[in-house]
Design a protein around this ligand. Structure first.
Ligand code: FES
Length: 222
């Protein structure tokens, strides 16, 4: 029996969005691009909802840290950091991309020999691996904790329906209902910062394949 409290996923998703948007209240400039043609406001792609892309710097998700870049010293084996990408948007502004749950990121570190397939090791650096924090089932925010029944010291565990992901093995699903691994985001270490080095390696939550490809294309052109 799962020890996690079942929550209404819609409530959890709203909570997640509220937390995710906490650091950018008031940022509301609309991008020229809409992923579905700009009819419904909910689907308008604003700068803070854009996908993380090459060159974005990871900044702390914790509002108390005021958008500061994640310090390498804080990324230790066994100590996960939550982050958002920050970088130039399609309209040229420099924004923290915290407007959608999929953009909140788990920054974890493992001894290099513990990162195993299907992790894309080329998309990691110094044992640091980054994934979207949004559960691929119904979109709640996963938490990092031990999961003894699968012998995991550091698993991503979803509080909504008990989905569990193994962060050392490509965030593959090891328990519960999620239909897919958490999407891995390629990164590299540049100086004292962690920098995004490409797009999510698999389809993130709440985007269709065509929306994902269309956004990537727009961002690659810009
Ligand atoms: S939302 Fe259902 S397991 Fe995560």
């Amino acid at each position: 029996m799962t020890k996690y409290t079942r929550q209404d996923p819609e409530i959890s998703r709203r909570k997640f969005i509220n937390v995710a948007m906490g650091t950018t209240a008031g940022v509301g400039t609309l991008s020229l691009l809409s992923i579905v043609g700009g009819v419904k406001p909910a689907n308008v792609l604003t700068p803070e909802k854009e996908l993380p892309r090459k060159g974005d710097v990871l900044v702390y998700a914790d509002p108390a840290k005021n958008g500061a870049p994640v310090a390498l010293a804080d990324i230790q084996v066994g100590q996960v950091v939550y982050a958002f990408p920050k970088g130039r948007s399609l309209n040229g502004s420099d924004v923290v991309k915290n407007g959608v749950p999929r953009n909140q990121l788990i920054v974890a570190k493992f001894p290099a020999d513990q990162l195993k397939a299907p992790t894309d090791v080329k998309a990691t650096d110094q044992g640091i691996v980054v994934y979207s924090r949004q559960c691929m089932h119904l979109g709640c925010a996963v938490e990092i904790k031990p999961y003894p029944s699968k012998n995991l010291q550091e698993a991503a565990v979803c509080p909504c329906h008990g989905g569990v992901y193994d962060l050392a093995e490509g965030a593959k699903v090891v328990d519960g209902p999620p239909p897919a691994p958490l999407p891995q985001l390629p990164i590299k270490v540049q100086g004292s910062q962690v920098v995004v080095d490409g797009f999510f390696l698999s389809l993130p939550k709440d985007l269709t394949e065509s929306e994902f490809e269309a956004q990537k294309k727009e961002l690659e052109k810009a």
